[in-house]
Design a protein around this ligand. Sequence first.
Ligand code: ZN
Length: 233
Amino acid sequence: MKIFSDERLINLGIISGTASKDSGSGREKQNTDKFFSSLNIPADKILGLKQVHGDKIIPLLTERDLSAYRASEVHEADGWLLGLKGFGVMILTADCVPLYLWDKQGKFISLCHCGWRGVAAQMPKKAAKLIKDQAGQNCEICAYIGPHINACCFEVQEDVAGQFDPSSIIKRDGKLFVDLTADIVRQLKECGVKMEDIKSPCSCECTCCNKEIFFSYRRDHTKDVLISFAYKL
Ligand SMILES: [Zn+2]
């Protein structure tokens, strides 16, 4: 098993990352339980979502937020803003982007499931703003863009391409491809995030190209999903 993660977070007391497919599909509780126990993380301290390809981000900053989460039956949302120690959050992806954003002090971390809809709806920008609301408008934000479908494979039709900034669209052989990484980077830069603070995956981390390592909905059309998480020590 390999975990794709950003070492900057470890130094801030945040264990996080996106697991390779040999951890099993994140839809099965037995797989997520096994995965978290292999990391010595209590699985019952990891909270999940019912993802709906929207842009809602759930705060988990106080005991009150935790009670609100526990009191609710469905958690329809696609992102987290975690500030509570001793808890973790999880999202599931199969081609969509697991986006990790945090303030340089590591007080807050946002983990978002950004599909093309979420990226087009400016979810990265929204997450960055939420961190600034908590950590201060002048706080420095760092980003790790986890493994997802890259521009090599993410062919779309004109209706989808039209929802993106033209700079994020690549034309090749009369076809259109979305570069999700480029769009996220552009959004973050507009929020004042420095290029040097953004770590993005290399092309060898395209979920669709790498059958041995990642699940990919575009490639396999199954419901299997990769586990992404962030746990605050
Ligand atoms: Zn690819």
